[in-house]
Design a protein around this ligand. Structure first.
Ligand code: GLN
Length: 535
């Protein structure tokens, strides 16, 4: 039987509910339980795939090809259970399913209402996530902030859930903010009292409070929170700003959060071990021996969340190399306006991430040319690979107007173009090439040296592909096609032979990197960047 932990957020958004939830997952996993995680998102889009990164941040892609919330990326980085399409449900999906059933006549004669029809569908999805993952503990993070109109059905479903599974099989964690008021030199509990009050109005009494705070929670403050919020004092957990997000599980464990959860669930603990995590991840993340700077040249650099998994993957590669990776975020449109100038002088590696649309493309292409000609380690991801192909076609193969048909429908040399099957696609949602596909790695290539494997599985999210018509020409000029999806003969990896590290991939390796198991592409990119820096 599965135990359920619901996490909600109060006072303000952006408190790190995803990381707090994932950290709870980590400490319960360290107790020997099979943990899985799920996110409920209150917005009406069916999935975030149709949203701009500035609206939503990164779209995280699961192995089975769902476009999901970026919090699922945190889940996979912290715990071992892989997420699936059942790990994320949105209001859009819930209503879609209920309305489809209504049209079919499944509810003939009845009025369809938020309670019970919408809440039943939500509960069903939670049960399904538990069933599919075979989790002993399922953590369900509810998006938004308590008090929002749109998250109410999810909270109501969470309330009903405990009634159905029994008191000792579900618990509620509320993440809240204890602000520090500088003029009064005091930390304040009132917003938390109000937020918990709001939850109680809905019928949820939180069992555990996780308090984000700049200052330590003194004993008297804990007592006050406990009294006013009706939560045991030892279940008032302090979550002070940490140097690394990977510290948070240790912070929770030190305060006995795992024991509190075990108690509530009447579970006997199995093992308990976070020693490796502490030694191999946290200590190195905080006190690395080396430092290296790499540039990320993209167009969504103004928002921390837009390239979340990429930034984390660079940090993981740094942890492996005992190195602090300083990420220099460069807006590719700046390069378009003012040229490269000295922008890339102080970096030892250049990464060009994925993206959509023409804006900023020419700047990325310039940065790639710079990396290729000056032999600076380069990693291109998805659109980054497509730009690398365009750059090489234009500047090394004499195809002056080479382009992707995404940017120039009538390109003279369409080196990146749509597959026949994509040309007929009308709906924009969920119709890209999505999820994990196998890729054959060419022996003797840089890619093979990196992966040390002939067959890999990587996640995709794109519509356009390399156009095989240009393969021979590009190969003659020194481009190596080192990864192929055999079934359709699609190019998945390109590299350049007379260069220390120039590798670009059509897929998204950043979705599979973990702090204690960095993705090999990022790992070796940073290793080579360190070597480049020494030179
Ligand atoms: N816009 C490109 C495509 O659709 C690349 C997508 C991406 O980088 N994720 O193929």
């Amino acid at each position: 039987m599965t135990k359920y932990i619901f996490t909600t957020g109060g006072v303000i958004s952006s408190l790190g509910k995803g990381i707090a939830s994932a950290s709870i997952g980590k400490i319960m996993e360290s107790r020997g339980f099979k943990v899985a995680m799920m996110k409920l998102d209150p917005y009406i889009n069916v999935d975030p795939g149709t949203m701009n990164p500035y609206q939503h941040g990164e779209v995280y892609v699961t192995e089975d090809g769902a476009e999901t919330d970026l919090d699922l990326g945190h889940y996979e980085r912290f715990i071992n259970t892989e997420t699936t399409k059942f790990s994320n449900a949105t209001t859009g999906q819930v209503y879609n399913a209920v309305i489809a059933r209504e049209r079919r006549g499944d509810y003939l004669g009845k009025t369809i209402q938020v309670i019970p029809h919408i809440t039943d569908e939500i509960k069903e999805r939670i049960r399904k996530a538990a069933h599919v993952s075979k989790a002993e503990i399922l953590i369900i993070e509810i998006g938004g902030t308590v008090g929002d109109i749109e998250s109410l059905p999810f909270l109501e479903a969470a309330r009903q859930f405990r009634l159905e599974v029994g008191y000792h099989n579900a618990l509620y964690v509320h993440l809240t903010l204890i602000p520090y008021v500088r003029s009064a030199e005091e930390i304040k509990t009132k917003p938390t009292q109000h937020s918990v009050g709001k939850l109680r109005e809905i019928g949820i009494q939180p069992d555990i409070l996780i308090c984000r705070t700049e200052k330590a929670l003194r004993d008297d403050i804990r007592e006050k929170i406990s009294l006013f919020c009706n939560v045991n004092k030892d279940a008032v957990i302090e979550a002070r700003d940490a140097e690394s997000i990977y510290q948070i599980p240790l912070v929770f464990k030190e305060q006995g959060l795992d024991k509190i959860i075990l108690g509530q669930f009447q579970l006997k603990s199995k093992s308990t071990d976070l020693k490796d995590w502490k030694k191999k991840v946290v200590q190195r993340a905080i006190h690395p021996r080396h430092k290296v700077a790499v540039a990320v040249v993209g167009k969504y650099i103004g928002l921390q969340d837009a390239y979340k998994s990429i930034y984390e993957s660079l940090i993981h590669a740094g942890i492996h190399n005992d190195t602090r990776v300083a990420i220099k975020k460069i807006d590719s449109e700046e390069i378009e306006k003012h040229g490269i100038g000295s922008l890339l002088d102080d970096v030892s590696g250049i990464l060009v991430p994925g993206g959509f649309g023409y804006r900023g493309i020419e700047g990325k292409i310039k940065a790639i040319r710079y990396a290729r000609e000056n032999k600076i380690p380069f990693l291109g991801l998805c659109l980054g690979m497509q730009c690398a192909v365009i750059e090489f076609s234009r500047n090394a193969c004499g195809l002056k107007r080479a382009n992707s048909t995404e940017f120039d429908r009538k390109a003279k040399y369409p080196v990146i173009s749509l597959l026949e099957e994509q040309k007929h696609v009308k709906d924009m949602g969920g119709t890209m090439r999505l999820g994990a596909y196998p890729c054959k790695v060419r022996k003797g290539s840089l890619a093979y040296k990196v992966y040390k494997k002939g067959l890999i599985l990587e996640r995709h999210r794109h519509r356009y592909e390399f156009n095989n018509k240009y393969k021979n020409l590009l190969e003659k000029k020194g481009m190596v096609f080192s990864g192929i999806y055999p079934k359709k003969n699609l190019v998945e990896m390109v590299e350049i032979s007379n260069h220390p590290f120039f590798l670009a991939v059509q897929y998204h390796p950043e979705f599979k990197s973990k702090p204690d198991k960095p993705h090999p592409l990022f790992r070796d990119f940073i290793t080579t960047a360190l070597k480049h820096q020494k030179k």
